[in-house]
Design a protein around this ligand. Sequence first.
Ligand SMILES: *Cc1c(COP(=O)(O)O)cnc(C)c1O
Length: 359
Amino acid sequence: MNSIDRLLRPSLRGRRPYGAPQLDVSVRLNTNENSYPLPQPVADAVVRAVAEAVPHLNRYPDRDAVELRTELADYLGHDLTIDQVWAANGSNEILQQLLQAFGGPGRVALGFTPSYSMHPILAAATGTDWRDGGRDEDFTVTAEHVVAQIERHKPDVVFLCSPNNPTGTALDPAVVTAAVEHGDALVVVDEAYAEFARAGTVGALELLPGRLRLVVTRTMSKAFGLAGARLGYLAADPQVVDAVQLVRLPYHLSTLTQVTAVAALRHRKALLANVTVIRHERDRLVRELSDLGLLVAPSDANFVLFGGLADSAAVWQSLVDRGVLIRDVGIDGWLRVTAGTPGENDAFLSALATVLKSA
Ligand SMILES: *Cc1c(COP(=O)(O)O)cnc(C)c1O
């Protein structure tokens, strides 16, 4: 072993960095970004905010991000206050901070895969043991199953994801309450796609009052179309927010990030206008993929998981060859596609129809 591997923490040896392919093709529907650029008035407001902030970059940012957390609490509603909200560079950093504070060596995190692949990766990076509770064939998880897995693995942290990536379906809130009411873990509900949920979906924010061990994580990367700005956040009991302060880096959130997010939140009506269009397009993808004779998981997100493919890896490659990039999430026979603009979705659907016909 004449390499850097010798020096590396044993648990990281042989691992590969996580990341979806960033290929230069014309239709990119692989990372669940918002396909729409920022509306010009919002972009202008961000530029003005950044221009005002730049002369003051000689100073460290507001370490507590007070203005930003106030705006986030206001956006979330549910009578949340600033002491219940915390922000970081993407919800990935939020999840990492939660594991740094509540996981770590000798501790256990439990998830239910297929789910967001960063959850086990962040567990490994923080020295937290990972246990997989698994899911049913149809990708659902019931409250009974979650409780049984909690009793079996006795986790310190439980990851739920609703709407679940990569399957797309939102969780029954009874699953969340069951997870909080059994065992002694911090229960993290990753709601990166909450804004896209179908009408009538009950999110985990409703469940926060009186539940010290419940944390809801959100992001501006998807519905807000700000993946490039890196802003994620959590809502929880103030004691959880206090605990995260023990592991956050001082000044982790740059002034430019903070003013960008604040400007975006103040223009949220314009920014989120596209969400309605994307939800319609998502529903259209579900319909048209079903019409092609494929299996489709019900979606509350801005993406659709479809299956019944004899050779999903070959279909993925044939689509790339036609300039359409979607995601192979490693579930045999299934692929995931982001709901893009109507034009992007048309290009995907017609390329897929051609590929399936020639297969
Ligand atoms: C995209 C995504 C995130 C977002 O990560 P950011 O770091 O906020 O960009 C978090 N959780 C899930 C399930 C996601 O799919």
